[in-house]
Design a protein around this ligand. Structure first.
Ligand SMILES: [Zn+2]
Length: 96
């Protein structure tokens, strides 16, 4: 069984996971993380590849990989947009 996967999505997810702990964002819940990924992914070119279902991702041809600096820039920019316009209300009583 084969499936389509988007390398850009994997890269954005990894970049976001590394960026969040030092981002100082007021909310880092699952919803906000998904919103940040959606914003960033809509601004980056997709890089689909076929993988065997369940196969662990190992490598990808370097020349087709989106620029990591650009990915980080889009993640930071998306984080600022989401922090300024969260999809849910943020208060100490609202967890999500
Ligand atoms: Zn949130």
């Amino acid at each position: 069984m084969y499936e389509l996967r988007n390398y850009t999505e994997l890269l954005v997810k990894k970049t976001l996971e590394e960026y969040l702990p030092k981002s100082g964002l007021p909310c880092q819940c699952e919803r906000c993380r998904a919103d940040i990924m959606a914003f960033a992914l809509n601004r980056l070119p997709p890089r689909y590849f076929v993988s065997l279902k369940g196969e662990v991702f190992t490598s990808f041809k370097a020349q087709t990989v989106p620029d990591k600096t650009r990915v980080l820039a889009e993640v930071i920019s998306a984080s600022q947009i989401v922090a300024a316009n969260p999809s849910h209300s943020i208060s100490s009583e609202t967890l999500d």
